[in-house]
Design a protein around this ligand. Structure first.
Ligand SMILES: Nc1ncnc2c1ncn2[C@@H]1O[C@H](COP(=O)(O)OP(=O)(O)OP(=O)(O)O)[C@@H](O)[C@H]1O
Length: 256
């Protein structure tokens, strides 16, 4: 793997029963960049993300994450990356501080490291004063930032976010993205799936997936230029409409 890339996968494929939901996806994520992963509902984003994160085994294909093999070193990958899904994975009955303690213990931080890191993350997430509040009683935006803090407890160099802002209000989304951009400026690489085009516009690179196949990759500017559109939303609509036409006229019917 090129050492300027922290994720690289080749012909990654996942089949559930007779359905191929991820079909020979090859893509890279360059170091220090924010990479947006876009595609309609059910196009395979979460499945790719789960294979890259070492949570799900591919049916075929290969991949390297932070130099580790996704087929043979998935446990190491899980330990080295920061991962946050839409479900947030918080313990609702535990307090903000206890949730962070829990994740610190999973990642093997010493008591001193844990204390220092907790303070940093609580400040970063704007959770100061809420350390003793039960996670379950936090509003959506606070829960989201606590979940992000838990994913960052071990200072991962790669952060993988699966629709982290789904169902969160616009102000919280903006605060969340400010945090993401700050992390990227400090050198963290981010792969993030999203349905929000305003979020995608701020990514350094975009991979667009449809029905399990990677259709296009490029910077937001390149994609808009290639498709002669003013917005990424128009690029998205153009891609989906042209693919749906292909499906309607008989191409790739086996994949639906
Ligand atoms: N464990 C599974 N067993 C069977 N089918 C699955 C499984 N996991 C995902 N799928 C199917 O794979 C397809 C891709 O799902 P995936 O969640 O990866 O899409 P997505 O692009 O992340 O969608 P969304 O944007 O709605 O979250 C869907 O049709 C889904 O139903």
């Amino acid at each position: 793997m090129d050492d300027t890339c922290v994720i690289s996968c080749q012909n990654l494929t996942k089949t559930f029963g007779k359905r191929t939901v991820v079909d020979q996806v090859s893509m890279t994520v360059p170091k220090g960049k924010i990479v947006g992963f876009l595609g309609p509902n059910g196009s395979g984003k979460s499945t790719v993300i789960r294979m890259i994160s070492g949570i799900l085994s591919p049916t075929s294909g290969s991949g390297q994450v932070l130099g580790y093999d996704i087929l043979t070193e998935s446990e190491t990958i899980k330990h080295r990356i920061g991962y946050m899904s839409q479900k947030f994975s918080l313990y609702e009955e535990l307090s903000v501080g206890e949730n962070l303690d829990f994740y610190a213990s999973i990642y093997g931080l010493s008591a001193a490291e844990s204390k220092e890191r907790k303070q940093e993350l609580i400040a970063m997430a704007g959770l100061t004063g809420r350390e003793k509040q039960a996670a379950g009683s936090l509003s959506g935006g606070w829960k989201q930032r606590l979940a992000l803090s838990c994913a960052l407890i071990h200072e991962p160099e790669l952060l993988i976010l699966d629709e982290p802002t789904a169902g969160v209000d616009p102000v919280s989304r903006r605060i969340f993205w400010e945090v993401i951009h700050n992390l990227a400026r400090e050198g963290t690489t981010v792969l993030v799936s999203t349905h929000y085009m305003d979020e995608a516009e701020t990514c350094d690179l975009i991979h667009f997936i449809f029905f399990g196949k990677l259709l296009v990759s490029g910077t937001p500017h390149q994609l808009k230029e290639q498709h002669a559109t003013a917005t990424l939303e128009d690029v998205f609509i153009q891609l989906v409409e042209s693919q749906e036409k292909n499906l309607l006229y008989g191409e790739d019917q086996s994949r639906v």
